[in-house]
Design a protein around this ligand. Structure first.
Ligand SMILES: NC(=O)c1ccc[n+]([C@@H]2O[C@H](COP(=O)([O-])OP(=O)(O)OC[C@H]3O[C@@H](n4cnc5c(N)ncnc54)[C@H](O)[C@@H]3O)[C@@H](O)[C@H]2O)c1
Length: 250
């Protein structure tokens, strides 16, 4: 129960890595607010998790939605201890076939969203003199891939955003760090393999890219997110943690 009575906001917390983080936080004694564009899934997951978990509809690209999340969180608890910027949107497309709408969707969800969440939630943390923000980037933010200009730019931007914020917040008691997952078995990965001509072959290919020979699980990433939320990471500020089965060690 190392997060007992801590108040946590998790964007995109109704599925995959976000949902695994919500489960881990709850098992450690935290209260959680899930902010998700898919309010039906978020509400039923919150009901399933019990009275310490609430849900609110939020598109992280829209400032009014983000402000409503911050207002709701502070009205519920007066204090937010942990913010996980996990909501994400992917794209597999060449730079020249990427449309303006696709570029904006990916950059707005994966980079503007975390900034907006910080803009509206972090000032309260600064006032309280404590808090932990965890941004979920990707190995696509660390190394180059084909078909990844929009997604990789957003995730690489999020790594740099984390470092810049870490310096701005360094003397405030608020920590901000970043987790870069590798190939993780979630809905996002499932949608990616659905686009391939042979799904099973694509899944085997993905496993082959991971030095450990398998995809990661959402729970394994949630463990790293929990580390940054917990008091075990008090010296981490602007850290970028790869959780990728050795991918970026190659
Ligand atoms: N699965 C992987 O292999 C992998 C690898 C590296 C990084 N990531 C990152 O991890 C994070 C979680 O991904 P996942 O694999 O669990 O995906 P997922 O598709 O299972 O979950 C994404 C969640 O974000 C929500 N969401 C999407 N757009 C939103 C928006 N505009 N506003 C609010 N909520 C929104 C969805 O409703 C969903 O609940 C993402 O940021 C993703 O880029 C995933």
């Amino acid at each position: 129960m190392r997060l007992k009575d801590l108040n946590c906001v998790v964007t995109g917390g109704s599925s995959g890595i976000g949902a695994a983080s919500v489960e881990r936080f709850v098992s450690e004694g935290a209260n959680v607010l899930i902010a998700d564009i898919d309010i039906d899934s978020a509400s039923s997951f919150a009901d399933e998790m019990g009275p310490t978990v609430k849900a609110i509809k939020c598109d992280v690209r829209i400032e009014e939605d983000v402000k409503a999340v911050a207002d709701y969180a502070y009205s519920l608890w007066n204090k937010v201890d942990v913010l996980v910027n996990n909501a994400g949107s992917e794209l597999n497309q060449t730079y020249d076939k990427t449309t303006l709408e696709e570029w904006d969707r990916v950059l707005d969800t994966d980079l503007k969203g975390p900034w907006l969440m910080c803009k509206h939630i972090v000032p309260g943390m600064v006032k309280a003199g404590s808090g932990s923000v965890i941004n979920i980037s990707s190995l696509n933010g660390l190394v180059g891939f084909p078909l990844s200009t929009a997604y990789g730019s957003a995730k690489g931007g999020l790594v740099v955003f984390t470092r810049d914020m870490a310096i701005e917040l360094a003397n405030t008691g608020v920590r901000i760090n970043c987790v870069c997952p590798g190939v993780i078995e979630t809905g996002m990965m499932d949608r990616w393999t659905d686009l391939m001509p042979d799904k099973a072959e694509a899944q085997e290919m993905l496993k082959g890219t991971m030095p450990i020979g398998r995809m990661g699980t959402a729970d394994e990433v949630a463990g790293a997110i929990y580390f940054f939320a917990s008091p075990d990471s008090t010296l981490c500020q602007g850290s970028v943690l790869s959780v990728d089965g050795g991918f970026t060690a190659q």
